[in-house]
Design a protein. Sequence first.
Length: 174
Amino acid sequence: MCILTGGPGSGKTTLLSELATLGYQCVPETARAIIKLRHKKGLSPRPEPLDFAQQILDEDMVQYERLRDHVGPIFFDRGLVDGLAMCKGAGLLTQVECAKRLQNYAFNKSVFIFPTWPEIYRQDNERDQSLDDSRRVYAELSEWYLSLDFELEVVPEGSVSERVAFVQSVLVRE
């Protein structure tokens, strides 16, 4: 189980789409799906932070369980560990509670983290954060994953195919 994480608008979803076209099992970002559904219902993009964090974590756990027995790499656009970070940030869980919950879910120790890349950053209907927000999220997630003893594989800027090649080269090493 592989995680793609980082600041908003850094190319995670684009890379995930390319990995899917290459036949990899991929799981899209839960937060974007929730925001998109809320837009369709005429609601504000995001529920209150506590509710949003809990919704994301709940759906991320469902997605993980659905694929638990899958053979081969699975790529999560954010996923459960980011959901736990949101819950911790919203005050729903402590660091210790997050680490304890994570014991029930196996992920690769190497996490693909995408730094903020201003040249490709764009806001859209589901991404309402600013470029500064993207930088802040990247820094917070870097610290979060390191605190949980993950190893960060910083995905370099480059074409989608170059980024895919980087990810595949890390998979071969593991």
